[in-house]
Design a protein. Structure first.
Length: 161
C-alpha cells in the first residue's frame, strides 16, 4: 500500500491505496465520486475522463499513485458554486446532448478541456476532439451543437436532428 495525497475538486485527501489501483477506481471506490464512469476496458470510450493538473486524462489509463500531489477535477466539481449547471452542462441539457447520460461526464470534461485551449472551436475541431469519447445513443450531432453553443457560437449551421 502507498499513501497518496490528491486534491480533488479543491479538496485535499490522503488515502492509502494499492500500487495497481487505477485513478478511476480510486475516484469511484475510495472517494465515492461515481460520476466518473467506466465504459470499457480498452481505454477507448472516454467515459472516465477527468482533468489532472488541468489536462484531460482518461482515468483508467493511469494509476492513482501517479496522481500523488496532483490536482484532479471530476464532473462532481463542474457545477457553479451555487449548484446550478455550468455553461457546458446547461448547453448539453438545452441542446439535447445526452440520452442515457452514461458518456456525458466524460463528454463534459472533454469539452471543458477543449474550450480551455480553444474557446471558439469549429465544428470540425469539436468532432476531431471528441474522437476519444464514445457515445452509443446520440449520434454525436447534438453534442457538437451543445459545445458550439457553450462556446457562444451560433449553431444554425448545424441542423437540429
Ligand atoms: Fe476509460 Fe473507457 S473506461 S476509456
Ligand atoms: Fe448514452 Fe452517450 S448519451 S452513451
Amino acid at each position: 500500500m502507498t499513501e497518496i495525497t490528491v486534491t480533488v475538486n479543491g479538496k485535499t485527501v490522503t488515502r492509502s491505496c494499492e500500487d495497481r489501483t487505477l485513478l478511476v477506481q480510486f475516484l469511484r471506490e475510495d472517494l465515492r465520486l461515481t460520476g466518473t464512469h467506466v465504459g470499457c476496458d480498452t481505454s477507448q470510450c472516454g467515459a472516465c475522463q477527468v482533468h489532472v493538473n488541468g489536462k484531460a486524462v482518461k482515468a483508467c489509463t493511469m494509476f492513482a499513485v501517479e496522481a500523488d500531489g496532483a490536482e484532479v477535477a471530476t464532473i462532481e466539481g463542474q457545477a457553479n458554486p451555487d449548484g446550478s449547471l455550468n455553461t457546458i452542462q446547461q448547453a448539453f441539457q438545452d441542446y439535447h446532448g445526452l440520452q442515457c447520460g452514461f458518456c456525458t461526464p466524460g463528454m463534459v470534461m472533454s469539452a471543458a478541456a477543449l474550450l480551455k485551449d480553444n474557446p471558439q472551436p469549429t465544428e470540425a475541431e469539436i468532432r476531431n476532439h471528441l474522437q476519444g469519447n464514445l457515445c452509443r445513443c446520440t449520434g454525436y450531432h447534438n453534442i457538437v451543437r451543445a459545445i458550439m453553443a457553450a462556446s457562444g457560437q451560433n449553431t444554425d449551421a448545424i441542423a437540429a436532428e
